[in-house]
Design a protein around this ligand. Structure first.
Ligand code: URA
Length: 277
């Protein structure tokens, strides 16, 4: 857009874009406004690197020079910060203070968790989308509403206690630009926080939803093959399931999702014996 565009023209251009269906003031390319200078701001900025070069906290090992040196530094820092968190509130504060992941800069909110800490069932999703980024809570958009209906169908809800209780978090606490998939570096550097999150929440079983959660927790993707098969993640029984966003796009898969939900319900009811064992 021209720099000398006057107010009326700028307003008309914005109005026109809204008419066309634009809902967010974002460009095609991410712009790192922390690094913006008047000169750098003029041309289209290149995508920001995934890792911010911040010093490791005291006690963290010094990174080795090399291609993935800063990733290892970021992972070490996350491990140290996560290990130091003694409860969920301190873990949330530690994540809010983690400066190695660029996603934080483009996000409105840290999306930490929802539901009941201590619930027997912990659901792990992928990453916040637009609605979650605005609300600061996981699974509040269309996929989240479907998730709530799925849980209700087996007598569970985020605001319920006892065996109907559920606790929900994501692999990434910040929204990736344009809802792209989490990349391997982002998963690696945020995994120590997720692991600590699970330890502190203390569920009896995990429900990884979709490929990113399976990649993070099981080290493998391929949800079509993994779903419905009991496995172990972080030392806990885990049942991979289709992600609700996928079920919205492929409603014919709801049948398998329903079978998985019934398996979860049976497991919780029967005191933790995976069906078939
Ligand atoms: N999809 C996710 O994986 N997590 C959310 O919080 C919302 C949508």
């Amino acid at each position: 857009m021209q720099a000398d565009l006057d107010y009326v023209e700028a307003f008309a251009a914005l109005d026109w874009q809204i008419e066309l269906g634009a809902t967010e003031a974002i460009g095609d390319e991410p712009l790192n406004r922390y690094e913006e200078t008047p000169e750098a701001a003029k041309p289209a900025a290149k995508a920001a690197p995934a890792i911010v070069r911040a010093p490791a906290p005291e006690g963290a090992p010094v990174a080795e020079p090399g291609g993935d040196a800063t990733l290892s530094q970021a992972v070490q820092a996350a491990r140290a910060m996560a290990a130091a968190a003694g409860d969920l509130a301190s873990l949330k504060a530690a994540m809010a203070g983690y400066e190695f992941c660029d996603l934080k800069k483009g996000a409105r909110n840290l999306v930490f968790a929802d539901g009941q800490p201590g619930a027997r069932l912990m659901i792990i999703g992928e990453a916040p989308g637009r609605d979650e980024d605005i609300a600061g809570k996981p699974f509040v958009g269309r996929a989240g509403q479907l998730l709530d209906r799925m849980l209700a169908a087996i007598g569970m809800a985020r605001d319920q206690d006892g065996d109907g209780a559920v606790y929900i978090a994501n692999v990434l606490p910040w929204r990736p630009p344009q809802n792209r998939d989490p990349n391997a570096d982002e998963i690696a550097m945020l995994l120590p926080f997720l692991k600590r999150h699970v330890e502190l929440a203390g569920p009896d079983m995990l429900l990884p939803m979709g490929n990113a959660a399976c990649q993070a927790l099981l080290g493998q993707a391929g949800i079509t093959r993994l779903r419905g098969n009991w496995t172990t993640a972080l030392g806990l029984p885990a049942l991979p399931m289709f992600h609700p966003a996928y079920l919205l796009r492929s409603p014919e898969k709801k049948r398998e999702a329903w079978a998985d939900l019934l398996a979860v319900k049976a497991w919780l009811r029967d005191g933790g014996v995976p069906p078939g064992n």
